[in-house]
Design a protein around this ligand. Structure first.
Ligand SMILES: CC(C)(COP(=O)(O)OP(=O)(O)OC[C@H]1O[C@@H](n2cnc3c(N)ncnc32)[C@H](O)[C@@H]1OP(=O)(O)O)[C@@H](O)C(=O)NCCC(=O)NCCS
Length: 164
């Protein structure tokens, strides 16, 4: 069958699909209330991908504004909280498109940079983020409950002078 893929802003009505995909694809799961809060407060930067009308992936992001950002000191940052694509729909470029949608919205809202945490063993995600211009900024040792470390990866309007 021909694949017709589209990405659109996530709505509150997508919450059950998003939770289902999250539980299927990631060990990092959240409460219904957490998803609800992100979608209600930052829905503009959250997206779902649909293949022939079926929801097959999502990304959740938010804008984080330190108090000092109101004084023009620390600029606001975008945070990619979670992204996943159902296993049978991977390696078709859908993950990239879903990410690009959310990033574009964050950039339109004037964030200076966007960051995310990813398991150091998650080659697929790390490679996808590199393709989008993210670099490894630092490592948090034993960040996850099971003891695995996380890379903090960042995308910035200004490119870092050196990358790891
Ligand atoms: C990470 C994830 C979202 C990627 O989704 P996807 O739709 O398969 O990604 P794409 O097809 O857009 O791939 C984009 C690029 O990422 C890289 N990539 C994706 N999967 C990869 C893999 N298994 N191994 C190596 N590189 C990979 C490649 O550079 C790829 O480009 P290419 O296919 O032209 O080589 C998906 O693997 C997933 O849902 N994983 C489980 C959830 C997860 O780990 N989320 C991230 C948490 S931080």
């Amino acid at each position: 069958m021909e694949h017709a893929f589209t990405v659109r802003q996530a709505e509150l009505g997508d919450i059950n699909d998003i939770i289902k995909i999250n539980r299927l694809c990631l060990p990092e799961n959240y409460s219904f209330d957490f998803f609800y809060k992100i979608l209600s407060e930052n829905g503009f930067a959250c997206s779902v991908g649909e293949d022939n009308g079926k929801t097959i992936g999502y990304s959740l992001s938010r804008i984080e504004r330190p108090f000092s950002s109101f004084l023009g000191l620390n600029p606001s940052k975008g945070h990619i909280i979670s992204i996943a694509v159902l296993p049978e729909y991977r390696r078709k470029g859908y993950g990239l498109e879903i990410m690009k949608y959310g990033m574009q919205k964050l950039i339109e809202h004037n964030v200076e940079s966007i960051y995310l945490e990813v398991r150091v063993s998650n080659v697929a995600a790390v490679e996808m983020y590199k393709k989008l211009g993210y670099y490894i900024k630092k490592e948090y040792k034993q960040y996850y409950r099971d003891g695995e470390s996380a890379f903090v990866m960042e995308w910035g309007r200004k490119k870092p002078t050196e990358s790891t």
